[in-house]
Ligand binder design. Structure first.
Ligand SMILES: NC(=O)c1ccc[n+]([C@@H]2O[C@H](COP(=O)([O-])OP(=O)(O)OC[C@H]3O[C@@H](n4cnc5c(N)ncnc54)[C@H](O)[C@@H]3O)[C@@H](O)[C@H]2O)c1
Length: 284
């Protein structure tokens, strides 16, 4: 007999859509949910053959995984994806809006220059994926969940959507002679998700579709050692088991539990809320 906690936290046989599921965090979520007995549909603009030695590991060959070609900025491709998904696994129970564009550390200089010169087309590109993409996925998959009378939407935000990027973290780059500022569009786009989420929580509350955000802090990705030294000062949490090279940064698996909680019945009375998982970044 399974315990109440087992039942509350179970995602077994749930169908979950993960946009951007090939990415660093997305692939960790996908694998974890498949291992837990969920059916997972990954939406990516370019579907490439999955090998078992990639981020998905053994999950790559699971019959519970469907990789569907879809661009979150194109409504028609999402409608097609939903048809394929419903044929394969049925109406989704969960939607994780995880796909996003950020400006990586090696972005072209015009993207990371002064705010006054931030290119309009970069703004549009980021807003398109990070805000319009979430809006469209909610329209398409959320509508199906509302019709079915149940569902949970998890919109992935960032500490840089909750507070401004701390430009002093990047001072070391300016000291090296670069003109580097963490750009504006990502921060503005991630911030927009909080009220889009609250809007949906209210709008679909009567249809038993919940909508929440998660706010994540930075994930370790072999960043510049000078950045890591500065970033570590911003994170109060020191974990006993932490690898010393992480310097306070998260691993993708740190975010699996919080997202699973929001999808499972354990959070059944939670909607329109934010679950902040940032090692204490915003606590000071
Ligand atoms: N990595 C971090 O440090 C960090 C920190 C805080 C929040 N986040 C958030 O977590 C989420 C995942 O981040 P990540 O670092 O794993 O990202 P990532 O760049 O590793 O992966 C993003 C994925 O989205 C996909 N994608 C891009 N455009 C798309 C489109 N139009 N349609 C469908 N898919 C598209 C990409 O192909 C990629 O696989 C994002 O929402 C990000 O803002 C990340």
């Amino acid at each position: 007999m399974s315990s109440l906690l087992d039942t509350l936290f179970s995602v077994r046989d749930r169908t979950i859509v993960v946009t951007g599921g090939y990415g660093q965090i997305g692939s960790a979520l996908v694998c974890a949910f498949i291992e837990a007995g969920a059916n997972v549909a990954v939406l990516e603009p370019k579907v490439t053959p999955l090998k078992t030695d990639n981020a998905f590991g053994a999950c790559a060959s699971s019959p519970r995984l469907a990789v569907i070609s879809a661009d979150v900025t194109k409504r028609a491709s999402l409608v097609d994806a939903q048809i394929e998904l419903i044929e394969r696994f049925g109406v989704p129970h969960g939607l994780i809006n995880n796909a996003a564009l950020d400006s990586p550390p090696d972005s072209p200089p015009e993207e990371t220059g002064p705010f006054e010169l931030y290119p309009e087309d970069s703004w549009d590109r980021v807003m398109d994926v990070n805000v319009k993409g979430v809006f469209l996925c909610c329209q398409v998959f959320g509508a199906a969940m509302a019709k079915a009378g149940r569902g949970s939407i998890v919109n992935v935000s960032s500490i840089y959507g909750a507070v401004s990027p701390d430009q002093s973290l990047y001072e070391y780059r300016r000291a090296r002679g670069e003109t580097f500022f963490k750009p504006v569009a990502y921060a503005a786009s991630k911030s927009a998700l909080y009220n889009l989420t609250r809007y949906l929580a209210v709008y679909w509350g009567a249809r038993n579709v919940r909508a929440n955000t998660v706010t994540f802090a930075g994930v370790f990705n072999h960043q510049d050692p000078e950045f890591l030294d500065r970033y570590e000062q911003k994170i109060p949490l020191r974990r006993k088991s932490e690898r010393s090279d992480l310097k306070g940064m998260a691993l993708p698996t740190d975010y699996v539990g919080p997202v699973a909680y929001l999808l499972a019945d354990a959070s059944g009375y939670m909607t329109g809320a934010d679950l902040c998982v940032d090692g204490g970044f915003q606590a000071h």
